[in-house]
Design a protein around this ligand. Sequence first.
Ligand code: ATP
Length: 458
Amino acid sequence: APSRLDNAISLAKRRGFVFPCGEIYGGTRSAWDYGPLGVELKENIKRQWWRAMVTSRDDIVGLDSSVILPPQVWEASGHIAAFVDPLVECLSCHKRYREDHLLEEFEEKKGRAPEGGLAEIACAACGSRGQWTEPKMFNGLLRTYLGAASDESGLHYLRPETAQGIFINFENVMRTARQKPPFGIAQVGKSFRNEITPGNFIFRTREFEQMEMEFFVVPGTDEEWHQHWIQTRKDWYTDLGISEDNLRLYEHPQEKLSHYSKGTTDIEYRFGFQGSEWGELEGIANRTDFDLSTHAKHSGKDLSYLDPATNERFVPYVIEPAAGLSRSLMAFLVEAYTEEEVPTAKGGTETRTVLRLDHRLAPVKAAVLPLSKSADLVPTAESLAKELRGAWNIDVDVTQSIGKRYRRQDEVGTPYCITIDFDTLDDQAVTIRDRDTMQQERVALSQVSGYLAQRLIG
Ligand code: ATP
């Protein structure tokens, strides 16, 4: 039977959350486009993150830096030298894998590390066991060439993380926003990595969106802040409806830390992938003063902070919660996907599919449904929709039976369906149906907006 993950992915495709990129040309399996519902969901996640991380706080400000930065940035950050993964190729079918992914997957599946290393591991594509090339280091930066000369002098990189745009603006932001440590700079935007094995739907793509925040702290307070941010970020997911049972923390062993990190803890979600069920949603790293120090050294600009209170100068340490927007969208979809048995009008039961998305994330907040296409119901529906659109994304659906229309809205997570029926013309009232309880209430037309405002918070 298809898993919840399979069902959620097929719903996402069928209802236009996500389309394969270049579908009319056969599609690629590694890039995806967000359709009308997907883009709303994505915007809502982004908005919630921005609210939680920036506008609801006085100690974090926003930034939108360039995708293409001066190449010296990547030299200084260590990405040109160290943003590399070990690649191996199957000698039989030539499929390529990241060696670290093969080893991790084996361990997750069998509960032990492969003693014989790769010799124990079979190729997922052709099944041949232990037939691997030696690992070769591969740099994940995406290259592009700027200017008229398409030679090495024009070589630039698309950012593999948004973080470096923040570090190189540290002084600009601190000065103009009149902030001092502890304070943070947040950014949402596209990042690019030349992933060798993109896959698992939108989980791993070469072009993706990140939501990152760099929090600058006084050295010595870094570990406490690290713990604070791990907890705060985990709470963000549960507050938006991800169940505690489907989240876990994974602390990176010291020997596997990135070149800039003193400690990293990932927040993982139980996606239910074949093989290893869990996938990383977000990494929370203690980047120490690595980035500011290295940029100070390479640029010759002083990036330290002089504390006027103590007259002490220091380079702040950085705690970084780095989340994937596309990955969290996938997690919210999988988590919300529910099938349940509900009673039918004829006294039997049927299965309904409902996306139990948090109201704040739901792409469409309410649907206005005139019971019949005929008569005078449609103009009333249109004028109500027009009023509500001042505040929310509203759908008007006039085709097919009312039952089918409810199911269509349930399936995409619309919290409220507002039915205009023949009585509406007499009593100036409508029926509002709640997605989760399926309870209906009669509400005066003039009160609909207030009714929704009370229930659609955030
Ligand atoms: P992975 O181990 O899965 O490759 P990572 O540890 O390299 O990820 P980070 O560098 O910590 O990832 O990036 C922060 C976040 O950005 C990740 O937690 C993830 O949500 C997101 N992310 C990273 N790479 C991709 C990708 N190729 N596609 C989609 N999201 C990504």
